[in-house]
Design a protein. Structure first.
Length: 372
């Protein structure tokens, strides 16, 4: 009989698996012992810097360049928001404001308001001087200056946007039509859609501008032009430039003339109407060039424009600019750190430009720099 060695009851491959498992466990233990302890969490305090950010972003340090002219601005003369400015021949400055009227004389500001009984209305939109009498107009009527206060005048017109004094004639633009008052008769003559045989497209009239024998009237969807040498009742005395033909899709706030072209101030930029004004009598279709912040305007919202010696001064929601005779646009900024203010009104007295803002009045001397 042959004796055999008893065979192992555990197969070899199981031994191999056991050895590999032990090796893996030992390696994991070694790796875990070398890991860094978890990082301690740090508590952070959040600081609201929105107020600080607002202050720093509003303050702008002027930098002189070919397109920016730092200029000494006067100190702010604080008033209610300004809608119009008029300077009397003696240099006295008047402002129509959201609370009435204000005057700046010899370094002293005086305000006339309904709250103190010195002004009959709560708000004013425009000013005019006729026969040494100052008239202040607004949505509630026309007031005139007496010695120490303003009283309601005999001119029975309301809802007034603008007024224009032209020799013996005074014009008022209102939400119900255009009104004419003469020195001989204070009873206003109404000029509207019906009385002009539809020559005036709408009764709603806003800003006015006269150049030569033409009266320009900003309306809701067009610029109406009246040839004053012809009666208003003659439809041939009227011409219209539709805003849609100029690709203007936002409200028109003001109209200006630089001596060559008409300009329209809108909420989406500044439009120069083509062709030049002296070619308006020709049978030509009008077009317009658009100028925006891409052309160096401080803002696309243009509140007012004013022509002076061939240049066009532009009051925007973020400051002042000028379109020079050569066609360049330059920003006029204070020569010290400043916060841009919405400009609502402009008026020249010689070379002094008075500026009306949401916060009051300022002025600059435009003779201090040369525009090219």
């Amino acid at each position: 009989m042959t004796n055999r060695k008893p065979s192992s009851s555990i197969p070899g491959w199981i031994h191999l698996l056991f050895i590999l498992a032990v090796f893996f466990i030992l390696r994991q233990v070694s790796t875990t012992s070398r890991e860094k302890p978890p990082r301690k969490e740090t508590a952070y305090v959040t600081i609201d810097t929105s107020a600080l950010l607002k202050e720093t972003t509003q303050l702008i340090t002027p930098v002189k360049s070919s397109s920016v002219i730092p200029t000494p601005f006067s100190n702010l003369i604080t008033t209610a928001p300004v809608n119009d400015i008029l300077i009397e021949p003696d240099g006295s400055v008047w402002a129509a404001t959201e609370e009435g009227a204000a005057t700046y004389i010899n370094g002293h500001i005086t305000e006339y308001t309904s709250a103190d009984g010195t002004f009959p209305f709560e708000q004013a939109t425009s000013l005019l001087l006729s026969k040494d009498t100052l008239f202040v107009s607004g949505f509630y009527g026309v007031a005139k200056r007496t010695k120490n206060k303003f009283i309601t005048s005999n001119i029975d017109i309301s809802l007034i946007w603008d007024s224009l004094q032209d020799g013996a004639s005074t014009w008022f633009s209102t939400q119900t039509g255009l009104y004419l008052v003469t020195e001989k008769d204070e009873n206003p003559v109404k000029i509207d859609k019906d009385s002009t045989n539809n020559g005036l497209r709408y009764n709603w009239c806003r800003n006015l501008l006269r150049t030569g024998s033409k009266l320009f009237i900003i309306q809701d969807s067009c610029l109406s032009i009246w040839e004053l040498s012809l009666p208003a009742s003659n439809p041939n005395s009227w011409k219209r430039i539709e805003y849609s033909d100029l690709n203007i899709n936002s409200p028109v706030n003001s109209v200006g003339f630089d001596g060559t072209h008409l300009w329209l101030a809108t909420n989406s930029g500044l439009f120069r109407i083509l062709p030049p004004l002296n070619e308006f009598g020709m049978p030509i279709k009008h077009s317009a060039e658009l100028f925006t912040t891409l052309n160096n305007l401080p803002s696309n919202k243009i509140n007012t424009v004013l022509g002076h010696k061939g240049n066009l001064w532009v009051g925007t929601e973020q400051g002042l600019a000028v379109v020079t005779q050569g066609g360049s646009i330059k920003q006029i900024v204070p020569d010290k750190p400043y916060r841009p203010l919405p400009i609502r009104a402009l008026s020249f007295y010689g070379e002094i430009l008075w500026i009306g803002t949401d916060s009051g009045l300022q002025f600059i001397n435009t003779a201090m720099f040369q525009l090219t």
